[in-house]
Design a protein around this ligand. Structure first.
Ligand code: UD1
Length: 421
């Protein structure tokens, strides 16, 4: 098991460049299977979730190669198989997008249930509801989902989601883009990567409108053609570096961001005392004095993202006074990291969906375990801010979603190294 070793207590200074968005990449790469011809997808982060997804696509018969500048070229012309390798599918969460992709392309699919970060129960009933509304006959077991056209064939439909789900919105959009007729998704999720996926599909010839609002309309087309597309910057990676500077202090220019996507995070950090300067595609953060306490409730976009819960928690742990952090998307998410932060000296009481955090003057280095991607990133921030040495075990979780994290933090002056095995 690899680990990060961090000598904390150094402020961060310099410039960091944000990579392409993980959650957009893991939707757009499989969606390239809907396209006849070659897709060139730029700014694809080199992270383990993307590497697994590319292996899944190759296993189905697609040609997929990464170029040096981060562009991934996919040609899915010869894909005939609608059953991706279960051993790979089970290694990541977003492999459930193969269900929508294969249904859209072949009208059938046999996909194992996804794995990935298990910080909460993560049902897929809304995905299944969507596929059934599109005319699929769906068989769901404890191991896989299998689909083929029902008696009336596949067709567009109106689907109202019972919960606002990123995954279900993406999966239905993907399938419906190649299924005849008009599909309307009501109560759709609005995250930036949903808009990015719609822009990708439209660039390839799809007809999707309303992405980024709660009603998305899709007119199914017969075919999509190859083209070039650039993925947006990663909102959560950028938020993680901003939170790291807020927690450790320093002065950092975070480049390649869309400031509008960041405002739910930067407004909170500013409220806590960080100085934030927005530019066209960069944000400068300066932080010298101790942060103030705050109240944060995670919400779907444009609210404060659940994927930043653990990182802002570290800022609150070090802030003066008592902060309140409420999780409204995944109730059990605190359990992935709070006990680890307590080992470093944090004072966090969890009551139901809310963590009551009494700020401490400093954290002390300790050996801690990364139980999932964002929990692991938060422990890295805690280690950077702490006095003494911190070891973050199981760092492979972090590498699912952060490209060259060690290198980027070292570029900001952090003392962090990766120890193999
Ligand atoms: C996506 C993100 C993940 C982020 C999450 C919430 C990707 C690849 N992952 O995950 O990083 O933490 O959004 O912003 O983009 N739900 C159901 N039934 C369903 C689907 C979801 O009840 O069929 C519930 C979930 O339990 C959760 C809520 O809806 O409480 C939101 O989940 P969802 O938006 O679907 O998350 P993911 O797409 O899995």
């Amino acid at each position: 098991m690899s680990r990060y070793v961090i000598q904390g207590g150094r402020p961060l200074n310099g410039t960091v460049t944000i990579s392409g968005a993980k959650n957009a990449a893991v939707a757009i790469l499989p969606a390239a299977l809907l396209v006849d011809g070659v897709c060139r997808i730029e700014h694809v982060p080199d992270i383990s979730d993307v590497r697994i997804m590319l292996d899944i696509l190759r296993g189905l018969g697609a040609l997929a190669r990464r170029e040096e500048d981060g562009t991934v070229v996919i040609d899915a012309t010869n894909v005939r198989d609608a059953s991706p390798d279960p051993a790979l599918v089970e290694q990541m969460r977003a492999s459930y997008y193969l269900m929508g992709v294969l249904l859209g392309r072949f009208g059938r699919a046999h996909v194992a249930l996804p794995g990935g970060c298990n910080f909460a129960s993560r049902p897929i009933d809304q995905h299944i509801k969507g596929f059934a509304a599109l005319g699929a006959e769906v068989e769901e077991t404890e191991e896989y989902v299998q689909m083929h056209p029902g008696p009336s064939g596949l067709h567009g439909n109106r689907i109202s989601l019972d919960v606002v789900s990123v995954g279900a919105t993406v999966n239905i959009m993907i399938a419906a883009s190649r299924i005849p007729g008009q599909t309307i998704i009501e109560n759709a999720a609005k995250e930036p990567h949903i808009v990015d996926l719609a822009n990708f599909l439209n660039t390839m010839g799809a007809r999707i409108s309303g992405a980024g609002t709660d009603t998305v309309k899709i007119w199914g087309v017969q075919s999509l053609r190859g083209n070039t597309y650039a993925i947006i910057p990663d909102q959560i990676e950028a938020g993680t570096y901003l939170a790291a500077v807020a927690a450790t202090g320093g002065n950092v220019l975070v480049k390649n961001v869309i400031p509008k996507h960041m405002s739910c995070i930067t407004s909170k950090l500013a409220e806590m005392g960080a100085e934030i300067l927005n530019y066209d595609d960069a944000i400068r953060i300066r932080c010298g004095a101790r942060l103030h306490h705050a109240t944060v409730k995670t919400r779907v976009y444009p609210g404060f993202p659940t994927d930043m819960q653990a990182q802002i928690c570290v800022c609150m742990v070090l802030a003066s006074g008592v902060s309140r952090l409420t999780e409204s998307v995944y109730e059990t998410r605190f359990f992935g990291y709070v006990s680890e932060l307590e080992r470093m000296g944090a004072d966090v009481q969890i009551t139901g969906k809310t963590a009551i955090i009494t700020g401490v003057e400093a954290l002390a280095g300790a050996t801690v375990d990364a139980h999932d991607l964002r929990a692991g990133a938060a422990l890295v921030i805690a280690g950077l801010a702490a006095q003494g040495s911190t070891i973050v075990k199981d760092c492979h979780y972090i590498e699912r979603g952060y490209e060259r994290l060690v290198e980027k933090f070292r570029g900001l002056g952090a003392d962090i190294r990766r120890i193999e095995g």
